[in-house]
Design a protein around this ligand. Structure first.
Ligand SMILES: C[S@@+](CC[C@H](N)C(=O)[O-])C[C@H]1O[C@@H](n2cnc3c(N)ncnc32)[C@H](O)[C@@H]1O
Length: 257
């Protein structure tokens, strides 16, 4: 995709208040979705502002959980895996928020991983389609997967929980979001259907180049996620808050014993 005229200049303006890199990539589907949002038609400057405001607010959420709930200090020498980081919408904020942390970003798109490494100074891992093949260079205090389980079908949901939980040090935490009753109920769907079926997968997503059976749109009732956690990792749930992220996605924090 070609970015709108002057878009990079708008990103520089939008990123400046946060002191983060304004670099964006034209193949970033998350960015493309913001630019295509009907609210910003004819106003790419506002799209750039919204892109950075939202990413900063995701970084705020993440830091709040890591510091206030999990008790890590912002200057601790901790390790963070930003899994399914895309082109670094949120990753770019992490070295600023945790200056002494070791930060690794992983994504299935090799171009995205290369971009995040070169622009935001973090290490990168190209993630596989098959969860059991995920390998990272170390174990982490925190693994963060924002809007990833919102796309995983039943056949890999629990296997990805296992794969990500395996990347944790003992005493570490997996933080992830999932689309539950509220997102399912948008657009006039009866949210009780989700309670009845527990998980509903629609083979379509914003990542147009990925196989829609591997990466689609997944809605899960909390009971489904709890069942998958029990079946696959048997790990203690530290926090479960429905609609926490964007007042929409459910938040899960799971510990490694
Ligand atoms: C909805 S985007 C979220 C990106 C980022 N977490 C954010 O909030 O901006 C989902 C991301 O999952 C990535 N993804 C899809 N399949 C993956 C896999 N098997 N391993 C790692 N990342 C994957 C996509 O490339 C995409 O960047």
């Amino acid at each position: 995709m070609t970015l709108p005229e002057r878009f990079e200049e708008y990103c520089r303006e939008a990123a400046a208040p946060y002191g983060v890199s304004p670099a964006v990539h034209p193949d970033d589907f998350m960015l493309q979705r913001t630019i295509a949002d009907p609210r910003f038609q004819g106003n790419p400057r506002q799209a750039a502002i919204d892109f950075f405001i939202d990413a900063n607010s995701c970084a705020d959420n993440f830091c709040g959980i890591v510091q206030k709930v999990l008790g890590f200090a912002s200057n601790s020498a901790m390790s963070i895996l930003d899994f399914a980081s895309g082109y670094g919408r949120v990753t770019r904020f992490l070295p600023h928020r945790f200056p002494k942390a070791t930060i690794v970003a992983a994504d299935v798109h090799p171009d995205a991983v290369r971009f995040v490494e070169s622009e935001f100074g973090v290490s990168g891992v190209i993630s596989p389609i098959v969860p059991e093949l995920l390998e990272t260079p170390r174990q982490f205090d925190v693994v963060f997967a924002l809007s990833f389980f919102t796309h995983m079908p039943h056949k890999t949901f629990g296997r990805w929980l296992t794969a990500l939980h395996r990347q944790l040090k003992p005493g570490g935490f997996l933080i992830f979001t999932a689309s539950g009753r509220k997102p399912f109920g948008r657009g006039g769907r009866d949210s009780e259907l989700l309670d009845r079926y527990k998980a509903i997968f629609i083979p379509a997503s914003e990542q147009f180049d990925l196989n829609e059976q591997e990466y689609g749109t997944m809605y899960v009732a909390p009971g489904y996620v709890i069942g998958q956690l029990w079946q696959y990792v048997q790990a203690p749930i530290v926090l479960l808050e429905e609609n926490f992220w964007w007042n929409l996605q459910d938040l899960y924090v799971v510990a490694k014993r």
